[in-house]
Design a protein around this ligand. Structure first.
Ligand code: NAD
Length: 376
């Protein structure tokens, strides 16, 4: 069970604090706090199996740094962090409950002296899970708000904006979504909602999920959508690929097979590494930065739970910020002759982080110190 004496603090350059704890026998959890210069580090808790601990650690580091960027580019008064519970995400009943309770104690311990890290639901964790965590710590958001629909709305706005922005270059001047083809990889909390929004907008929607029941339930709701084999995402010709399952969808090995025109989805870390983004750019493929496209979830927590704003204002602000920041990225890329993923790094540093000290901190952080590894 969670024992403060067993917590290890890992010394990772450029991260403010990284903790490892065996919260229940055989189940390791990591909490990574990347940067709190703008406020508490906010970032969800994901439950997943990894090949080994190093892979899990790499993932939590990358994700926590991504949260610093996302919270900053969303102009939220929040820093970046993330947590991971390394276990079978399908555990149920008492075992799941116990694991989440012990994780709650771990989060409370990290915040014992000062509030530095707040968590929320993420991949393979739910609002119900977070309500269990909340019994043992108060540093939880997303229990009265389900961020996923807001994430989906943000991704929808990003797709809409990118199609409009590049209509002349990619779609013979046709600006609407109607009739364009999109493939959504992953029909989870975000993917399912995104499918509905894109179908309603008249898009030709292709879907894939490793869980057949998800695809069947999507077809039941929207009989026109077309299922695709999970292994065949590069085999079909679509205008937009929307990763909504896992990271590292685009790798050095598969980038030559990419036939789509726009990459835009909610999944974090869609590119294996920055070079993959440069390769996509050379192929003329537009990349909508993951942490801009998927900022809706974290914005909804800030606007609805922390600032008590209405649903309508929240949606309006998310749409406006996604469009503004994507526009900034696209313009920075063209002006400076950079790929979109590199342009966004420049934009974050120059526009969002204003103080010299923080700019320096981020410019160091651009070089990710560990090798990229695959998510489960
Ligand atoms: P989820 O766990 O609810 O859904 C993921 C879905 O992807 C599941 O249905 C799963 O079966 C499927 N899947 C897994 N591997 C797959 C593969 N190889 N091919 C096809 N399908 C596969 O997750 P979610 O909350 O919908 O989030 C989706 C992604 O968006 C994640 O990467 C998450 O980190 C990111 N994200 C989510 C939010 C949010 O608000 N939920 C916010 C920001 C980012």
């Amino acid at each position: 069970m969670f024992d403060p004496k067993e917590v290890k603090r890992l010394n990772i350059p450029q991260w403010e604090a990284v903790y490892r704890s065996e919260i229940v026998p055989g189940i390791i959890s990591f909490i990574a706090i990347h940067d709190t210069s703008r406020g508490w580090a906010l970032g969800g808790c994901r439950m997943a199996n990894y090949d080994n601990e190093a892979t899990a650690l790499t993932d939590v580091l990358r994700l926590s740094r991504g949260m610093t960027f996302k919270n900053a580019i969303s102009d939220l008064p929040l820093g970046g962090g993330k947590s991971i519970i390394v276990c079978d995400p399908n555990i149920k009943g008492k075992k799941r409950e116990k694991t989440l309770e012990e994780f709650g104690k771990f989060v409370a311990w990290v915040n014992r002296e000062k509030d530095v890290y707040c968590t929320a639901e993420d991949m393979n964790t739910t609002v119900q899970d977070m309500n269990i965590v909340k019994k043992y710590c108060r540093n939880i958001f997303g229990t009265s708000v389900d961020p996923s629909p807001y994430t989906a709305h943000g991704v929808f706005s990003a797709i809409e904006y990118a199609v409009d922005y590049f209509a002349m270059d990619l779609f013979y001047g046709r600006r609407t979504l109607c009739g364009k083809r999109v493939l959504i990889q992953g029909l989870g909390k975000v993917g399912m909602m995104l499918m509905q929004l894109l179908s309603d907008a008249g898009m030709e929607v292709y879907v894939t999920d490793i869980r057949e029941e998800k695809v069947l339930s999507a077809i039941e709701k929207f009989p026109d959508i077309k299922p695709v084999d999970p292994e065949d995402i590069f085999g079909i010709e679509v205008d937009i690929l929307s990763p909504a399952a896992k990271g590292e969808v685009i790798t050095k090995q598969n980038v030559d097979n990419c036939k789509f025109k726009i990459l835009c989805g909610p999944a974090n870390n869609q590119l294996q590494n920055p070079e993959t983004g440069i390769m996509l750019h050379k192929k003329g493929i537009v990349y909508c930065q993951d942490f801009i496209a998927n900022m809706g979830g974290v914005c909804s927590i800030q606007y609805l739970e922390i600032e008590n704003l209405s649903h309508e204002i929240t949606l309006k602000r998310i749409r406006r910020t996604v469009r503004k920041m994507l526009g900034l990225t696209f313009r920075t890329a063209f002006r400076s002759n950079l790929s979109f993923n590199i342009a966004v790094d420049h934009a974050v540093r120059r526009i969002i982080w204003r103080s010299k000290e923080d700019t320096q901190k981020l410019s160091n952080a651009i070089i990710f110190p560990l090798t990229a590894t695959s998510e489960p």
